[in-house]
Design a protein around this ligand. Structure first.
Ligand SMILES: [Zn+2]
Length: 55
């Protein structure tokens, strides 16, 4: 089941899609760190990480 993450920050259109939730979470955290010099709280990550139906 693929996972999708869309960065919720203003003026950021970063998106990723990943087959594994831990991989998507890792990449989302890496993005926040690199692009926003910030961390994502686990609760926020849960909210922003969407499980998407396989096409
Ligand atoms: Zn971002």
């Amino acid at each position: 089941m693929p996972y999708q993450f869309r960065c919720p920050r203003e003026r950021c259109c970063f998106e990723l899609r990943c087959d594994a939730d831990h991989e998507a979470a890792r990449l989302a955290r890496a993005h926040a760190r690199v692009a926003h010099c910030d961390r994502i709280a686990p609760a926020d990550l849960d909210r922003w990480l969407e499980r998407i139906e396989a096409a």
